[in-house]
Structure formats: C-alpha cells, structure tokens
Design a protein around this ligand. Structure first.
Ligand code: GDP
Length: 421
C-alpha cells in the first residue's frame, strides 16, 4: 500500500525517467528550432544582399527547419507502450483495470475482447473512442456502453479501437503510458499480423497467465514469434488468479515453486530474453481481481487498515504487495527501455543537424573571410599602384621643375651674357 502511495507521487515514480527525458529532449529541440530559425533569417539576408550563398545551399538550409519540425512532431507523440497478451479469460482486462485503478475495460463472460483495445490519455474530461480509419469521436458514457460499442465492432481481430481516457483519472496515463489489450491468443489465427501491426513498437509485453494451469504452447509460441522479430523483448509474466490457490494452502509453496521454475525456464532457456537472476524479477503471483477491488474501495475512501481485510481469501496482503511490486518493476523497465528506443535516434539526429548547420555556417564564414582577404589584397595592390603613380608623378614633377629651373637659369645666363656683350 505504501508502494501504491509512492506510485501516485509524481516525482518518485520510475516513469518520471521517461517523462523528464522527454521534457529535456523537447526543450533541446525547441532550442535547435530557434537556432535554425535565427540562422535561416541571417542567411536569407546574406543570400539576398551579398550573394555569398547560392540558391541551392540556401534551400538546403531552409530544409533544416522542416526536418526539426518533423522530429518535434514525432517527439510530441512518443509514449511508453505496454501490450498485454494471454489466453481468453486469464484476466487481461482485469489486470489493465487494476493498473488503471478503475473499471474501464469490460471483463468477464460475454465480454471477450475481439479486437485490439488501446487506452491512451487525453487532456480533456470526456472519454471517447475512435476506430481505425475514422476520426469520428464516439462517446463513452460508461463501461456498459463501451462493452456494447465493442460488441458491435465487427472489424476483425487485428483492428485497433482506441479508448481516449482523461489523464486526470489515471496516473499511468498522466505519465504517457499507453496500454494495449489484445484478443485471446488461443482464439486468433492472425498472430503474425498482430505482431507486425501492434507489437513492434511495444516497450514491454505482459503475459497474463493463469496460475491454475501451466503455460500453454499457444502462449509460448506467440512469444517465440515475438522474440524472432524483436531482439530481446521485455516480457513480464503475471501468474494471475493466485487467490484461487489460497483454498489449498498445503500445496501453495509447491505449486509456486513449480510455476516459477517453468516460467523462468521459458524466459531464460527457451526465449533467452533474460538471464537467471533477472528472470525472477519478471514473474509475479497476483490476483488482478482483488487488486482492482481493493483499489476501487480505496478510491471510495475506504482505506485498508487491516492485514487481511474481510472478504478476501487468506494471503491477500502479500498478493496485493506482489502486484505493487510488479508495477514498480514494470515502470522501471518500461521507462528505461522507452528512453533508449524512442529518444536515442532523435538525440543522434539532433546532434547531426546541429553539426551540419555548424559545419555549413563554418564553411560560409570561411568563404566570407576568403572574399574579404581577396578584397583586402585588391585594395592593397591598388594602394601600391597609387603610391607608385604618386611617386612617379612626384619624380616627374621634380625632374620637370629641375629642368625648367636649369632652362630658366640657362636662359638667364644667356640673356645676361648677351647684355654684357
Ligand atoms: P480476459 O479475457 O483475459 O480479458 O479476462 P477478463 O479480465 O475478462 O477476466 C475473465 C474473468 O476472470 C472475469 O470474470 C474476472 O473477474 C475473472 N478474474 C480476473 N482476474 C482474476 C483473479 O485474479 N482472480 C479471480 N478469482 N478471478 C479473476
């Protein structure tokens, strides 16, 4: 329960790793955008007035701003995605509802999910749903109406229905997590299609298994296919309906040990997606139904003060604690993975763009310097030429002066001689 409290505290949630990284990279791109705009404006002046930069180079510069705008748009849409799989009725919808702390998805007999349901946060207060290929916003007044709308949705099991849910109603959505529920892997034939359409961008997969039976081949095969297409997918396995085991306490430890060995064997030896010790942090024995129930009563202001609240089978507190432990590990895993898969590329591209612009502006400066030096050189040679002319002029005039003087003197001399004679 303490962990639940922490989960709601925005600064301590591991999801904040992603949220803060997203804010940081957005701020950096904002700066890059301003830098590009400023540079383009400056270059426009240079392009128009001084002819230092050619048309093509200038157009190349201008294209940076659309590149940066494109990346900013993708960044704004980036989120962490978790996809839930398992056989029908293992409790996928109940797990999602428990994590959301609210009954959002219809669950139970007759409410089998027959398409992919994606829950994502919106900033407004009215939830709605949209279907593939249409932008029409369909109202969701309550869970009954949603169940009805989904029953009428005969789109096929690979199609996606998006449930837009107010962020203010769920901390997970507030922190940019998108949750995807899937049709049972036992009833679908389009598994390859599914993986291509819905799984390639998932950061974490949660297999909701039934602790009342062993892992089925259909469940294993699906994850074999996933790990063929994705290198080392992050897989968590929930052994759900663990409350049912409480009725046979004498076998509890034995059953748990057996499940744990088999599931760890599947992750470590068959799929090879994690190593020994880490695998133990990927398997949890939980009761989604109890967790959801407990959270709904907490939301109504009925805090759980006792070790074993009335109405739950023996061992409720440890199952509830294990669910919270799963949430914590899941949050750490998804936020770290999403930071790498979503932002590493953008960081590299941002660096490249900044470098390219820096390089191009550097080249332009170089060209400007060269031109200046050339002009300076021309001016210097002009000065030298002027100097030379001036000197020549000076020489000529002095020579002329001297010549005239000597002529005058000569004339004077001759005149005086003539007078004397
Ligand atoms: P889905 O088809 O995998 O989405 O399964 P649902 O979430 O619809 O669950 C099927 C039924 O199992 C519902 O009636 C749930 O109330 C019930 N259920 C789900 N989780 C648990 C659990 O942990 N314990 C018990 N006893 N019942 C559960």
């Amino acid at each position: 329960i303490g962990a639940r409290h922490l989960r709601e505290s925005p600064t301590s949630s591991p999801l904040q790793i992603f949220v803060r990284a997203k804010k940081k990279i957005n701020d950096i791109y904002q700066e890059i955008e301003e830098y590009v705009a400023e540079t383009t404006l400056f270059l426009e002046g240079v392009h128009n007035d001084k002819g230092l930069i050619g048309d093509k180079d200038f157009q190349d510069f201008k294209s940076y701003s659309s590149k940066v705008a494109g990346i900013k748009e993708v960044l704004a849409r980036d989120h962490m995605k978790v996809a839930f799989f398992g056989r029908t009725s293992n409790g996928k919808s109940t797990v999602i509802n428990a994590m959301m702390g609210d009954k959002i998805l219809p669950s139970g007999i007759g409410h089998t999910t027959n398409c992919f349901l994606q829950i994502e946060g919106i900033d407004t207060n009215e939830p709605y749903l949209t279907t593939e290929g249409s932008s029409e916003k369909q109202n969701i007044k309550g869970i009954g109406q949603l169940a009805h709308a989904l029953c009428n949705n005969r789109l096929g099991d690979s199609t996606l229905v998006r449930i837009h849910w107010p962020k203010t109603r769920c901390p997970l959505l507030m922190d940019d997590v998108v949750l995807v529920d899937s049709p049972g892997i036992d009833v679908s034939v389009s598994l390859d299609d599914w993986i291509d359409k819905h799984c390639l961008d998932a950061d974490v997969f949660v297999l909701v298994a039934n602790s009342e039976s062993t892992l089925m081949n259909t469940e294993k095969n699906f994850f074999h296919k996933v790990s063929e297409k994705l290198s080392k997918p992050n897989i968590f396995i929930l052994q759900n309906r663990w409350d049912m085991a409480a009725s046979e306490p004498e076998f509890l430890n034995e059953v748990r040990k057996q499940h744990l060995e088999r599931t760890i064997g599947f992750l470590v030896e068959e799929l090879k997606v994690v190593q020994g010790a880490q695998a133990e942090q990927r398997v949890f024995f939980v009761s989604a139904k109890e967790t959801l129930h407990q959270r709904l009563s907490e939301a109504k202001g009925q805090p759980n003060n006792s070790e074993q609240p009335a109405g739950y089978p023996e061992g409720f507190t440890s199952r509830y604690f294990e669910f919270q432990d799963f949430e914590r590990k899941f949050e750490e895993c998804i936020s770290k993975t999403a930071v790498i898969t979503k932002f590493e590329q953008h960081t590299q591209r941002g660096k490249n763009i900044a470098n390219e612009i820096g390089q191009n502006v550097g080249n332009l400066m170089e060209r400007a310097w060269q031109e200046r030096d050339q002009k300076m050189g021309e001016r210097q040679s002009l000065w030298a030429r002027l100097d030379h002319t001036e000197k020549e002029l000076h020489d000529v005039t002095t020579q002329m002066k001297e010549k005239i003087c000597s002529i005058v003197e000569d004339v004077e001399r001759r005149v005086s001689n003539a007078l004397n004679e």
